[in-house]
Design a binder for this molecule. Structure first.
Ligand code: GLY
Length: 370
């Protein structure tokens, strides 16, 4: 059942191992990588409580000692103070250029620990052991690392590829259903942006996926394959990699409008954003009206948030949401870049979207809330 996906960046090739129980590979795999027989692990308090013993057992069985730093769980940890704390802790651990740092957690820990590894001694190797669906299919792969600024999310960071990714799908059993579904927002994104056959498959299999390990492994593998293919073509997001931002320009505005709070999780915003990107594509005559309807129907089948009406509490008006979209770091020369679609699995990047079309779409979506 276990699978391997390769990222083939010249000189920085690495494997993504996927499957139930892959965590047990951590010891043998990290031991093969050389460096001191001591591993520094950055994690969060929740993951440490649930899974640290299993990771440390695997390391110990390969004669590797380890220590861990457990940071508070949650987005607020992607900050300067926690970065400073992490880097100084790694220095206390005497991590050297040849050593390996482990990022053990969801997207917050992967991004923060990866960035700490990128800047420590001008760059040390790190291993991603993602523990959430979102991190397994998206954030642990491709080398985007960083923290948030008061000005917006992920505005401070570096590209730093991991040396290995271990995606243990059995760890997903401990996720709260809402977190699992939020991660699914990134899975469905892959079908929508570039593989209509995968979207068909998800329509059939994804509703029972949380209790079907084979289906879960397939979904994580296909998502990682698609991400690896795109990162191989365009590591630094000069072109195609921006396709991975399908739904994200909308999502980032909604996250900012809800104060990055648990009113809206990132993956929930991605799902709503994907539905809106398809709706905008249909309004611009790029795809048929059936496509956004199909996207929405599938998200509803999954029990996910689909529309702005599904976000509780106040939201700003359409003009203010559009301004928040302008804060997105995908703005080029002041023009918003959108990922739109000519059909399911046929996304493309464009800066040529009339402002009024976006305003009209947001206005209509906000009206449904009344
Ligand atoms: N999460 C989008 C990317 O890695 O490019």
């Amino acid at each position: 059942m276990n699978s391997v996906v390769n990222v083939n960046l010249p000189g920085r090739e690495y494997e993504i191992l996927i499957g139930p129980g892959i965590l047990a590979e951590a010891g043998p795999r990290i031991a093969q990588m050389g460096g001191r027989r001591h591993v520094a692990i950055i994690t969060d308090e929740t993951v440490a409580g649930l899974h640290m013993a299993a990771l440390q057992d695997s390391l110990r069985a390969s004669e590797l000692s380890s220590e861990f730093l457990a940071l508070p769980a949650g987005e607020a940890t992607k900050s300067w103070p926690e970065l400073q704390r992490s880097v100084e802790w790694l220095l206390d651990q005497k991590v050297e250029r040849g050593d390996v740092v482990v990022a053990f957690g969801g997207g917050v820990i992967g991004d923060l620990a990866g960035f700490a590894a990128a800047i420590l001694r001008r760059g040390v190797r790190f291993v991603q052991i993602p523990t959430t669906l979102l991190a397994q299919v998206d954030s642990s792969v491709g080398g985007k690392t960083g923290i948030n600024a008061p000005h917006g999310k992920n505005l401070i960071g570096a590209f730093h590829q991991p040396s290995l990714v271990l995606a243990d799908t059995s760890l997903l059993d401990t996720l709260a259903p809402r977190d699992y579904l939020a991660g699914y927002g990134e899975v469905v994104k892959y079908g929508l942006l570039g593989d209509a056959g995968f979207f068909d498959w998800l329509e059939q299999k994804a509703p029972g996926m949380a209790n079907n390990m084979d289906a879960c492994v397939h979904a994580v593998r296909r998502s990682c394959q698609m991400k690896a293919e795109i990162v191989n073509r365009d590591e630094k997001e000069q072109g195609d990699r921006a396709l991975l931002n399908l739904g994200h320009t909308f999502c980032h505005a909604f996250e900012a409008a809800t104060g990055y709070s648990d009113r809206l999780l990132h993956g929930e915003g991605v799902a709503i954003g994907c539905a809106m990107a398809f709706e905008l594509s249909a309004r611009l005559g790029l795809c048929s009206q059936e496509d956004p309807s199909r996207v929405r129907a599938h998200l509803r089948d999954m029990g996910m948030k689909v529309d702005l009406a599904d976000i509780e509490g106040e939201l700003p008006d359409a003009a203010a949401l559009l301004t928040l979209m302008g804060q997105d770091k995908k703005v080029v020369d002041g023009k918003l870049r959108f990922v739109l679609a000519r059909g399911i699995g046929e996304a493309f990047i464009t800066s040529d979207v009339p402002r009024d079309a976006v305003l009209g779409l947001l206005d209509d979506a906000l009206l449904q809330r009344r």
